[in-house]
Write a protein that binds this ligand. Structure first.
Ligand code: SAH
Length: 360
């Protein structure tokens, strides 16, 4: 399989071009075309000689996502994109407009194999990992389409980023590289369902990103009901790894807590959560509360607003900072993997109809 040119770091690109007998300035030019000027193809690079373009075409692939669909929320301006990849797989990305700047939520895998019960991304399992270039291009394509700079990136779309460790770390380094979009690592958040060994490994990468842990329950027993990964790593193991991450990087963690009606949203769970976080030295940490976004395939419901507020108040009164997240883009299949699933289903229905009419 040829390598993807967009997934190479500047150093790697320079080595590859040297091997093709090119002068060093060429790699800087090419890198700039790809990662700063966001060129969709070699055609958009007038100062690169045709002979080199031909060589590159022979030796590498050039990732360029194709926009299949874009939906804009009438409520909050959130845009949800469905992109197709070179192998026709589809992924989703979200563009969120906040007062402090624009955020993009990127997918890290096609599908996911973690099996969280309330999540649409995992219903068909994992198809494949995304390359660094395919993660970068989600941001590049959206920047081109909106004409606005992206200042924050959250790796919270479909997929488990730490299950695609090498490509994700490469993506973060390239995204924050001064020769690329140069997005500050402090403005990049990686959310994980809690792969403890990879959290420890990530602590050694010397990154300044924010790590978010999807907690969703205060006890192993309850967490296992929502997240099968909790059978593999206990809360004790995951929170120890988080403490280690904080010690090594000095970066405070964020905890994600999706509130599922009647499952993890009672006073009892709030008190258990407070106890758990305090016993792991997480007082200064932040909890993000979000009522679960119901997906068709499961009958989980989000917690009622008043009860969400009560849950937040309990945490606050006990010294745990908690924010209620607005559910952005609720009218446009906002939750992970919902749009992609709808599209897959519509495609399947369309080909079924086509087969039927061909049969007639
Ligand atoms: N695999 C990573 C990142 C992807 S999901 C992780 O587990 O953290 C980003 C966040 O959205 C996670 O906290 C995930 O649990 C949550 N999530 C997924 N589906 C949801 C839904 N339907 N409603 C609310 N939160 C959801």
């Amino acid at each position: 399989m040829p390598q993807d040119l967009k997934s190479l770091t500047l150093d790697e690109l320079t080595r590859e071009l040297t091997a093709l007998a090119q002068p060093p300035y060429r790699s800087r030019q090419l890198y700039q075309w790809m990662h700063q000027r966001l060129a969709v193809s070699y055609d958009a690079m007038p100062n690169i000689p045709n002979s080199l373009k031909a060589l590159l075409q022979e030796n590498f692939t050039y990732t360029s996502l194709h926009q299949e669909l874009m939906q804009e929320s009438r409520i909050d301006g959130t845009r949800k994109y469905l992109f197709s990849l070179a192998d026709d797989n589809c992924i989703e990305s979200v563009w969120l407009k906040y007062r402090h700047g624009n955020s993009v939520c990127v997918s890290s895998q096609v599908g996911c194999r973690m099996g969280c019960r309330f999540c649409a991304s995992t219903l068909d399992g994992l198809n494949r990992n995304l390359l660094a270039g395919e993660m970068l291009d989600q941001i590049y394509a959206i920047t081109r389409q909106t004409g606005e700079r992206v200042s924050n990136v959250v790796i919270m779309g479909s997929g488990e980023p730490l299950d695609n460790y090498d490509n994700v770390v490469r993506f973060i380094r390239m995204l924050s590289d001064e020769h690329g979009l140069h997005i500050s690592q402090r403005n990049i958040t990686l959310s994980t369902c809690g792969l403890a060994p990879e959290i420890r490994r990530l602590a050694g990468e010397k990154l300044q990103i924010t790590l978010a842990l999807s907690l969703h329950a205060p006890t192993d027993e309850k967490r296992r009901r929502l997240m099968p990964v909790a059978y593999r790593y206990s809360l004790e193991e995951v929170l120890d790894a988080c403490e280690y991450y904080f010690e090594k990087t000095g970066r405070r963690l964020t905890f994600e807590y999706s509130l599922v009606r009647g499952v993890n949203d009672n006073k009892k769970e709030a008190m258990e959560l407070i106890r758990l976080l305090k016993s792991h030295g997480c007082q200064g940490c932040h909890v993000n509360l979000i009522p679960v976004n119901p997906i068709e395939e499961r009958d989980y419901q989000g917690t009622e607003p008043l009860k969400v507020k009560a849950f937040q108040n309990l945490l606050d009164q006990n010294g745990i900072n908690a924010t209620i997240r607005r559910e952005m883009g609720r009218d446009i299949d906002g939750a992970c993997g919902q749009l992609r699933r709808r599209q897959l289903r519509e495609n399947a229905e369309m080909s079924a109809t086509a087969t039927k009419s061909a049969d007639r």
